[in-house]
Ligand binder design. Structure first.
Ligand code: UD1
Ligand code: UDP
Length: 364
């Protein structure tokens, strides 16, 4: 029987892996192993997603936790190598652009195991972003590059990737979003809990090192968010990296900003759908807001997801332009977006067919 390992490690991996895991598990002649590196480990950054996305307990939990890039990557590689030696899988599937993605790809490649990369080909062309390095390295050694949109194919072809390896499959995050939207029964539960009115608040998430690892920049962002909160209530689920720096630097947060812990997937997507606008620096949230047709202001100088600007509701902003852009949205001047091709909730099915073809028909 063929064996395949799906690797998850950090928050944005879980919603990408869940729909594919479900499809692959339907195959009788395939042994599907779910491995969690433990890069994220707090309940609300990890386990809650297993519950919200109906994922089973992982078969392997490497428990690597936090560390410098080198330490975290190395720790994952050492532990993952042991699993690969024991399990001898035919294929490893990695998702996105986090340290777990690159660490497990490198380990598998050196052992001549086929690698499939879900969300291949995205580029910000900004090498100060750790994720850009992770994307480039992972793509350069992957055997199957499964891309979310046409621009990713163009990027990969420009880098000389063999076109036979590239498959435009669509955006797998949208698969999970579609499932959760159809599942949520009481839409207003989290709104009631946080005393928010639908379409009358702004949802904020900020966690990129370029925004939160520098005291001056983080203080400036928070000061602008305080100004935004004078115009519309702000709800801000705080990522642990951001929380630590807000506390360490004692940055003053206005009383009209509602801070929460990181939220589970169901609550968060519910808040996202019902928001008036979103301010973020997250990769995935730029995509979800485009699908949900919610205005999104992205506090970054660039994005690896340009299609959300070209077709969707996303706009890049700076600390300086933020307030004007918020007013623009509140005056109903935001652009109307369209949903990109193949962001249709069926990406996991397309991917599983490609993987099964490679594993069972081509006999890797
Ligand atoms: C990681 C990813 C980033 C992704 C983000 C999603 C890399 C290089 N970065 O960034 O691409 O956008 O996840 O959320 O892989 N911490 C906790 N509890 C946890 C996890 C982290 O307290 O469960 C704290 C620790 O202090 C840690 C810090 O957050 O040092 C950063 O965690 P880390 O996984 O290194 O990077 P993220 O900023 O989460
Ligand atoms: N998300 C969540 N709770 C939160 C913040 C984000 O469930 O408090 C979800 C969000 O809906 C999206 C994913 O996490 O599906 C994005 O992950 P994140 O922003 O951590 O990482 P990035 O996409 O920037 O790598």
């Amino acid at each position: 029987m063929k064996k395949i390992i799906l690797v998850v490690g950090a928050r944005p991996n879980f919603m990408k892996a869940a729909p594919l895991y479900r499809h692959l598990r339907k195959q009788n002649n395939l042994n599907v192993i779910l491995l969690h590196t433990g890069q994220h480990y707090d309940y609300e950054m990890s386990q809650i997603f297993f519950e919200d996305l109906d994922l089973p307990k992982p078969d392997y939990f490497l428990d690597v936790q936090s560390g410098s890039h080198a330490k975290q990557t190395a720790k994952i590689m050492v532990k993952f190598e042991k699993v690969l030696l024991k399990e001898k899988p035919d294929m490893v599937v990695v998702f996105g652009d986090v340290n777990s993605t690159v660490a497990c790809s490198l380990t598998a490649k050196k052992m001549q195991i086929v690698i499939a990369h879900v969300e291949a080909g995205l580029r910000s062309y900004d090498e100060t972003m750790p994720e850009e390095i992770n994307r480039r390295v992972t793509d350069s050694i992957s055997d199957l590059l499964l891309t979310p949109s046409e621009d990713a194919n163009v990027n990969l072809l420009k880098e000389g990737v063999d076109k036979e390896k590239i498959f435009l499959v669509g955006n797998i995050m949208i698969d999970s979003l579609v499932v959760v939207i159809n599942k949520i029964k009481d839409e207003t539960k989290i709104l009631k809990k946080l005393k928010l009115e639908a379409k009358e608040y702004c949802l904020v998430t900020i966690h990129r090192p370029s925004n939160v690892d520098n005291e001056e920049i983080l203080a400036e962002i928070v000061s602008k968010l305080n100004e935004v909160s004078e115009k519309i209530p702000v709800v801000f689920p705080v990522h642990p990296r951001t929380r630590k720096h807000l506390q360490d630097w004692k940055i003053k947060i206005g009383s009209k900003i509602l801070l929460t812990s990181p939220l589970g997937y169901r609550d968060f997507t519910c808040l996202e759908r019902n928001s008036r606008l979103v301010i973020t620096d997250s990769g995935g949230i730029q995509e979800e807001t485009t699908f949900l047709n919610i205005p999104c202001l992205t506090l970054r100088p660039n994005t690896e997801r340009p299609i959300t600007i070209q077709m969707g509701t996303n706009k890049l902003v700076t600390e300086k332009s933020l307030l004007n852009e918020v007013e623009f949205v509140l005056n109903n001047n935001n652009k109307k977006g369209k949903i990109p091709a193949l962001w249709d909730g069926k990406t996991a099915l397309r991917i599983s067919e490609i993987l099964i073809q490679k594993l069972l028909v081509n006999q890797t």
